[in-house]
Design a protein around this ligand. Structure first.
Ligand SMILES: [Fe+2]
Ligand SMILES: [Fe+2]
Ligand SMILES: [Fe+2]
Length: 427
């Protein structure tokens, strides 16, 4: 029943993955467009004007791409575009830091993000609550405020004088004067502004980072995917542990099916990222305590489409993208959104579909409590009878129920503990 890879291991460019994940995180707030990419671009241009090192500039790009990942709800994201409400901003910056700091290749980037809303306050902003605030954080702060001042509905060049005046007035109080001066060297260049609002900003950033390509091995790939699963899951308290449960179940089922060690790890990643596209679904729909309307369900149906769109651009993740994104397809072709059917629905996607349904049924949801194991297995069997789920995978799950379920529980327990540490102090 094997399906793929002969390669022993594979590597993914850290930048490529961070770009994709950044794009996904910006789906939370379409009103702000590609905000994180824009901040990354403005920050690196200020870094260039200051003649910073290649490594510092790379860090600015990475930090820009991820700086708002701690802003988990749409409401919170939108409030970040209000120019004056800086005091309220520390929460998402701290959460972003707490999420990223355990990921060693980006631990410095995490620190930049932590302080990206600290005002300069005529010099006292060089520290915050006893911590040193680096110039990189102040660059991000300035870049972020420039980005939110741009009205995306209007032509950009007509706005630059006003934006530069606003920033200039806040030099010293809000922003480091040295950085405002560096920014002023850019403001006359039309292409600076055109780049910021360009739909090809991703390739512009890719050119800027090319000096240093860092590759992630499997362990780091899993670790970054697990961080992103938290951003997906923490948006509502009902799914806090969902993706980590799905990842554990999918990995265990993959092993029982006979997948190689590498494939089992890939399945774990697919589990972490399968609901990535849910970032585009408003929290009110995810948390609705009643049956969804047709329109709401149509919005939900987009999520796997977005998961696919985000992941498929990363060459090395092609198989993972398929496993992850086809988890709502059905054996008889009646699933969504690709209507894949029969043999075309590959085994990994079938495993993930079973892992997703199994985990979801056993969890508490806004409209019901988690179901007991016998009822869960009955529902899975009905879905097999109705040609929705793969019969072989479900029979494996039944035969190894205790093992699979204990892996799910252990993984979800770790996730609850992490949630308590990272988010609960801030709600
Ligand atoms: Fe922010
Ligand atoms: Fe899903
Ligand atoms: Fe799911």
């Amino acid at each position: 029943m094997k399906e793929i890879r002969t390669k022993k291991d594979f590597h993914v460019s850290e930048f490529e993955l961070v770009m994709a994940l950044s794009e996904a995180a910006d789906l939370i707030c379409p009103e702000l467009g590609m905000h994180q990419m824009q901040v990354a671009y403005i920050a690196v241009r200020i870094g260039e004007a200051l003649d910073l090192s290649g490594e510092q500039k790379n860090e600015l790009i990475m930090a820009g791409l991820l700086h708002d990942i701690g802003g988990i709800s749409l409401k919170e994201r939108l409030s970040l575009s209000h120019f004056e409400e800086v005091e309220k901003f520390y929460r998402h910056a701290e959460i972003g830091y707490l999420l990223l700091r355990s990921f060693e290749p980006l631990s410095d980037v995490a620190t930049l993000i932590r302080f990206h809303h600290v005002p300069w306050s005529n010099g006292s902003g060089s520290t915050f609550k006893g911590h040193q605030v680096s110039m990189g954080s102040h660059i991000l702060h300035l870049a972020d405020r420039v980005a939110v001042l741009i009205n995306k509905q209007k032509e950009v060049l007509g706005q630059t004088v006003g934006i530069c005046e606003t920033i200039g007035k806040l030099s010293g109080e809000m922003f480091m004067p040295e950085l405002v001066n560096a920014f002023k060297t850019l403001e006359k260049e039309e292409f600076f502004w055109f780049d910021i609002v360009s739909p090809s900003i991703d390739s512009i950033l890719a050119e800027k980072i090319r000096t240093k390509i860092i590759e992630l091995d499997m362990e780091r790939l899993i670790s970054l995917s697990s961080i992103f699963s938290k951003i997906i899951d923490y948006r509502t308290k009902f799914t806090v542990t969902h993706s980590s449960g799905v990842a554990a179940v999918a990995r265990t089922l993959a092993r029982l099916v006979g997948f190689s060690d590498l494939e089992c790890l890939m399945m774990e990643i697919a589990g972490y990222l399968h609901d990535l596209g849910k970032l585009a679904v408003p929290t009110e729909i995810l948390e609705k305590p009643a049956k969804l309307t047709d329109e709401e369900f149509n919005i939900i149906r987009k999520h796997t489409y977005y998961t696919y769109n985000v992941l498929r651009h990363i060459d090395a993740l092609d198989i993972i993208a398929e496993w992850a994104s086809f988890h709502h397809e059905a054996v008889d072709g009646s699933g969504y959104p690709f209507k894949i059917k029969g043999q075309n629905l590959i085994l990994g996607s079938r495993i993930l579909a079973v892992a997703d349904v199994f985990t979801a049924i056993m969890e508490d949801r806004p409209y019901r409590k988690g179901l007991p194991s016998d009822e869960t297995l009955n529902i899975l069997q009905q879905m097999v009878n109705n040609k929705k789920l793969d019969s072989y995978i479900v029979s494996l799950l039944k035969d190894h129920f205790e093992e699979v379920n204990s892996k799910r529980l252990a993984s979800q327990k770790v996730s609850v503990d992490e949630y308590k540490q990272i988010i609960l102090p801030y709600v």
